[in-house]
Design a protein around this ligand. Structure first.
Ligand SMILES: NC(=O)c1ccc[n+]([C@@H]2O[C@H](COP(=O)([O-])OP(=O)(O)OC[C@H]3O[C@@H](n4cnc5c(N)ncnc54)[C@H](OP(=O)(O)O)[C@@H]3O)[C@@H](O)[C@H]2O)c1
Length: 353
């Protein structure tokens, strides 16, 4: 019997172009894995960076399929997998690389069962497709043990609190930043100072921001001073979701000696950085399919459903792009050109013409 076909968005060559193509579906579920019919996929800035700069993938990974935020319906359950059945609604962190079957920009994908989460009843597929890349990046960076994270709460222990300690989130409206705010709120940081555009302030207050700084009024160069003026306490923790040279510098300057900062991009040359001040700067890599993150990914998978059910963590807001996988190229262009503010872009791969 010939292998069934599916539609997928292929990045055909390194720094080449995207094209929707018809290719074989991933094979039936392998032991320890699920075969998932992809109902919604979230877009990430990393995808346009892979395309433009050729980052992360080796030459022999092309044609490549991208897509790190995947939500769908379990089609088949592999041997040895407990706790899942055909028809379950699930989401997981997609992965690109040598095996494109784990990525989200296709109609069927393989999912490692140990890091796959059942979608709580009140969430849609689109909402679930906002919850892997952003949340995993924020959770690893803030909660996981060193060396992958700042170790603030490796077991999601509800009794661990940082009451009276101040935190700063740079880029609070970023999808990742929204989860960082919520995870800092869970730890009772106060104040939680957030740098974002004013039109997002009310939404960010609902997520846990207590002090807001308008990025259109305060430049990154003035941010450290502005942030410190919003708290009686020195700033213990910074989460820089933007990760530019300017924001990393601002975050570092805002920290108290001995404070800790997570950055979502490659680390910059920070001026005045010295070992003597005890400040720790950590670059996070958020994908839980990576070997070094896998164990903590299992912890997230175990804890997340309840945190979402209890409303402690809410998904990003989202906009659905038309035409299934055909909408991704234009959507990534919008992200690249800073035309997306405070929402996740999502496609429905089954609607691909
Ligand atoms: N290390 C990893 O594993 C990992 C994982 C995921 C993402 N990332 C990286 O993390 C970054 C954020 O990703 P994302 O998906 O969260 O992005 P996103 O949601 O697409 O970010 C869009 C938001 O960025 C905000 N923004 C842009 N420049 C800003 C600045 N100078 N100061 C404050 N806010 C700014 C805008 O806020 P306003 O609308 O409020 O102005 C906008 O809402 C990207 O660079 C991405 O590549 C890294």
């Amino acid at each position: 019997m010939s292998q069934p076909l599916q539609k997928a968005l292929l990045l055909q060559t390194k720094q080449g172009s995207f094209a929707v193509s018809t290719i074989p579906r991933p094979l039936s579920a392998t032991p320890g894995e699920l075969l998932v019919k992809v109902m919604a996929s979230g877009l990430n800035p990393g995808d346009w960076k892979v395309k433009e700069y050729g980052w992360f993938l080796a030459d022999d990974h092309y044609p490549a399929i991208l897509g790190a935020d995947v939500a769908g319906e379990v089609e088949e359950v592999g041997n040895g997998v407990m706790g899942f059945k055909k028809g379950d609604r699930v989401f997981f962190n997609g992965r690109s690389g040598k095996q494109s079957e784990y990525a989200g920009y296709q109609q069927y994908a393989r999912a490692p069962a140990d890091i796959t989460v059942k979608i709580p009843a009140r969430l849609s597929y689109a909402q679930a497709a906002t919850m892997s890349a952003g949340l995993n990046t924020a959770a690893i960076g803030l909660y996981a043990k060193e060396p992958i994270g700042l170790a603030l709460n490796p077991d999601f222990d509800p009794d661990i609190k940082f009451s009276g300690k101040a935190a700063l989130v740079i880029g609070g409206s970023c999808c990742v930043g929204q989860y960082a705010i919520q995870l800092l709120r869970y730890l009772d940081f106060s104040p939680i100072i957030v740098y974002a555009s004013k039109h997002n302030f009310d939404y960010l207050r609902n997520l846990g921001a207590t002090e807001l700084i308008d990025r259109n009024e305060v430049s990154p160069e003035s941010l450290a001073t502005a942030a410190k003026s919003r708290t009686l306490n020195a700033i213990d923790v910074v989460f820089d979701a933007v990760g530019s040279d300017e924001t990393q510098q601002a975050g570092y300057d805002a920290l108290l000696n001995g404070g800790k900062m997570v950055v979502t991009m490659f680390l910059s040359q920070i001026k005045g950085k010295s070992d003597g001040d005890g400040k720790k700067v950590l670059g996070v890599i958020g994908n839980v399919q990576r070997e070094e993150n896998r164990e903590f990914g299992r912890t997230i998978a175990r804890k997340l459903s309840n945190l979402v059910k209890e409303g402690i963590i809410v998904p990003n807001r989202y906009d659905v792009l038309p035409d299934g996988l055909n909408g991704i190229t234009e959507g990534l262009g919008r992200i690249k050109n800073n035309k997306v503010s405070g929402v996740k872009l999502v496609v429905y791969p089954q609607e691909t013409a």
